[in-house]
Design a protein around this ligand. Structure first.
Ligand SMILES: [Fe+2]
Length: 212
């Protein structure tokens, strides 16, 4: 399995492309814009599925490209559908809703297997995706290096946010964190350096990303 990370769009949202070289298929997580790095990363692959950790526009604006080009099925949580509809209308995005998943579901494309963790708070249906063999976590805007995406954004809920952050922190062992913005990190580093993880703060505040 090959992983490619490409920051896309005005907020440089991280898009991840997981490729299975045996079946020549790719699974895309959070395509934030239709831009050359995404188009190049998926060229030559089939892309049957695209996952949105959540429905904020900066994580889904590249979905229409994948749906037009590959007929990709959008996978997200049911609670994100209103958010997806809102941003589709406001940003004039032709996003087709697809399959809904929840806690414990497995998403498979070729040899790529991701387990779904339902972790609301930044948005009502926010997902974290776990690759258990490599010990990778795709944390969307729930956990970023040294911070979080916060709960004071469209659809956020501070109580859910604190619960989800605590649950993430209490996962056993170390994990490589592939966040929705900024650099890759590890859970061990975040347990040391990230006050939201270290002290499990009661007040959920956002890192200022300039937008949602
Ligand atoms: Fe977000």
């Amino acid at each position: 399995m090959k992983i490619t990370q490409v920051p896309l769009g005005p907020l440089k949202s991280n898009c991840y492309i997981l490729c299975c070289e045996e079946t020549n298929q790719a699974l895309v997580i959070d395509p934030g814009a239709e831009e050359t790095p995404l188009i190049e990363a998926v060229a030559g692959y089939d892309v049957p599925k695209v996952i949105a950790t959540h429905g904020h526009w900066d994580h889904v604006s590249g979905v229409p490209y994948l749906q037009k080009q590959f007929g990709s099925i959008l996978i997200t949580h049911y609670a994100e559908r209103e958010c997806l509809k809102k941003w589709s209308a406001e940003k004039n995005l032709d996003i087709k809703l697809g399959d809904f998943v929840g806690e414990g579901d497995l998403i498979t494309v070729g040899s790529v297997n991701l387990k779904v963790l339902f972790m609301p708070g930044h948005s009502p249906g926010h997902l974290v995706l776990m690759e258990e063999t490599e010990r990778w976590l795709f944390t969307g805007d729930l956990l970023l290096k040294g911070g979080t995406g916060g709960a004071n954004v469209s659809g956020g809920n501070p109580d859910d946010f604190v619960k989800s952050i605590g649950r993430l922190r209490d996962l056993e062992g170390d994990w490589t964190i592939y966040p929705g913005h900024f650099d890759t990190t590890t859970m061990a580093q975040e347990r040391e350096n990230n006050i939201y993880i270290k002290f499990k703060v009661k007040e959920a505040k956002a890192v200022d990303l300039g937008a949602e």
